[in-house]
Design a protein around this ligand. Structure first.
Ligand SMILES: Cc1cc2nc3c(=O)[nH]c(=O)nc-3n(C[C@H](O)[C@H](O)[C@H](O)COP(=O)(O)OP(=O)(O)OC[C@H]3O[C@@H](n4cnc5c(N)ncnc54)[C@H](O)[C@@H]3O)c2cc1C
Ligand SMILES: NC(=O)c1ccc[n+]([C@@H]2O[C@H](COP(=O)([O-])OP(=O)(O)OC[C@H]3O[C@@H](n4cnc5c(N)ncnc54)[C@H](OP(=O)(O)O)[C@@H]3O)[C@@H](O)[C@H]2O)c1
Length: 449
């Protein structure tokens, strides 16, 4: 069997592992990624001060070392290759393209200068080539981050950590330089619902209390309505930490992270130059939905928050890819239990599957994809019985096609060269790596080799 996997993040690599570990079927896996570098959000999302999590890349590299695996980086589905091309060259296709678009607040002022979605900010500090030129202006003292998830917490830590804390990480050099000159002193983390509904995990919340020169600040009044025990162990851990922060006296000369709850931005205000100059917030109350969950509802009571930058960190969504059915409502690849379906008729498109965030939306940790991708592979193998009899063009025909189109695929060996260069550059600043952030520079470097 020959299978194409599109996307080299955790979901794609765990699917490859499940395919290549099979002893009953020999599977050739070609994994494509639009970037020359593998690993998706492990490289471009996970925070630079969370190096331990990134060691999962070693597991993926051992999958890549299997003899029937090939990596074809720098190849974008929808630009360099079409779905029809894939159908001609492979028996089956797995889309593992993640969620690379951002969700919008949908309020006036969104999109003005210094209102920067988390996708952009995170990509910028992680050296994602798409965002290396993002205009991140840290000449302001106060920043609002909208959202109460782990991405919001990541962004807050990066804004508040010291240069000494960051320079030993693999943060992009351009971001380190901008952060070195940052004037940010106060960050406001804004949750539209209450502390009991916050999406962040207690491990991330705990880290906020251990920053070198920044302290979390929580008003006791924010916690007054919270139950002593909620019946949910993780929520109880969060509440315990928030209560401890509320009881703390913050150090005098540190930067401050204010955790605010039950507020929604309703308008982003601009100064004369068209840059963020403040936020109009509406106080919320919680209202039960028919299913029993709690929704934030505006109370009609407003306040002004004096900030010069806004970072909405309210979730991600899948990008549309030409030829791949898209579920407009859920903003994922249209699928039924991981089998790709026509978006309108919901008819299954044979031999095409979707895994990871492209399948289920932007929820869940890296490790959770192992099981989910392995389950998808079980479907694929069951559905594919007998398919191997279909004669395909030779395995290298796809390389010839790409060459014809002027595309230079990057192999896993090529990536290892880039990896070595980055690691070597990193040693100069005592960091695990110093990323190359420009695709042209990566290709030029490989050309020289
Ligand atoms: C900011 C952030 C921080 C996170 N931190 C953690 C953490 O600390 N710990 C944790 O467990 N989880 C973390 N997560 C969650 C974790 O990153 C995700 O669960 C996981 O990466 C999703 O895997 P995926 O393979 O579906 O998508 P991705 O990792 O996004 O991989 C998708 C891949 O597809 C490629 N691609 C997209 N479109 C195309 C195309 N058209 N053609 C070819 N290739 C394409 C992309 O370049 C990318 O390499 C974090 C998420 C974010 C957003
Ligand atoms: N260190 C880590 O382990 C780590 C780091 C980063 C990310 N991740 C994982 O990656 C996934 C994605 O993280 P995420 O933070 O992007 O998403 P998330 O966990 O879904 O959090 C999104 C937050 O945005 C809020 N929100 C959504 N729409 C909003 C709106 N219109 N106005 C105001 N607030 C709004 C949500 O509030 P409601 O709850 O009210 O909808 C929620 O607080 C999660 O599974 C996360 O755990 C893990």
């Amino acid at each position: 069997m020959r299978v194409a996997i599109i996307g080299s993040g955790p979901a794609g690599f765990y699917a490859a592992e499940a395919l290549l570990k099979r002893t009953d079927t020999v599977v050739e896996v070609d994994m494509f990624d639009r970037l020359p570098t593998p690993y998706g959000l492990v490289r471009g999302g996970v925070a630079p001060d969370h190096q331990k999590i990134k060691t999962v890349a070693r597991v993926f590299a051992s999958t890549a070392a299997r003899p029937t695996f090939r990596f074809l980086g720098n190849v974008c589905l929808g630009r360099d290759l079409s779905v029809e091309d894939l159908r001609r060259h492979y028996h089956q296709i797995i889309y593992a393209t993640g969620n690379e678009a951002d969700r919008r607040l949908g309020i006036p002022g969104e999109g003005i200068a210094r209102c920067t979605p988390a996708t952009v900010f995170v990509g910028w500090y992680n050296g994602h080539p798409d965002y290396r030129k993002a205009q991140i202006d840290l000449s302001v003292e106060r920043v609002a981050i909208v959202g109460n998830g782990n991405v919001a917490i990541d962004a807050a830590r990066i804004l508040l950590r010291t240069v000494a804390e960051l320079e030993k990480t693999d943060i992009a050099a351009h971001a380190l330089e901008t952060l070195r000159a940052s004037r940010v002193r106060e960050v406001f983390l804004l949750g539209r619902r209450g502390p009991e509904q916050a999406a962040f995990s207690s491990a991330e919340l705990k880290e906020l209390g251990a920053m070198e020169a920044a302290d979390p600040v929580v008003a006791a009044s924010e916690l007054a309505a919270c139950a002593e025990s909620t019946g949910n162990a993780e929520t109880d851990r969060n509440l315990k930490l928030l209560r401890a922060y509320a009881a703390r006296v913050p150090r005098a000369d540190t930067k401050k992270l204010h955790l605010r709850f039950l507020v929604s931005p309703v308008e982003i205000l601009a100064d004369a130059a068209g840059k963020v100059a403040g936020l109009r917030l509406e106080k919320n109350r919680l209202e039960a939905r028919p299913d029993g969950s709690l929704a934030a509802r505006g109370s009609g009571e407003y306040e002004h928050l004096d900030v010069g930058m806004v970072l909405p960190a309210i979730g991600y969504a899948a990008e549309r890819i030409a030829g791949v059915p898209y579920d407009e409502k859920a903003r994922i690849i249209a699928n039924a239990d991981g089998r790709v379906v026509d978006a309108a008729s919901r008819t299954v498109i044979a031999n095409e599957y979707v895994v990871g965030w492209a399948r289920s939306g932007p929820q869940g940790l890296i490790g959770e994809h192992k099981r989910a991708s392995a389950d998808a592979v079980k479907h694929l193998i069951a559905d594919g019985a007998g398919l191997e009899a279909r004669v395909l063009p030779g395995r290298d025909a796809i390389l010839a096609l790409l060459r014809e189109r002027g595309v230079q695929p990057v192999s896993f060996e090529d990536w290892k060269q880039l990896d070595d260069v980055e690691v070597e550059r990193g040693t100069r600043r005592g960091a695990p790596r110093d990323k190359i952030v420009d695709v042209a520079a990566m290709l030029a470097l490989l050309g020289q080799h």
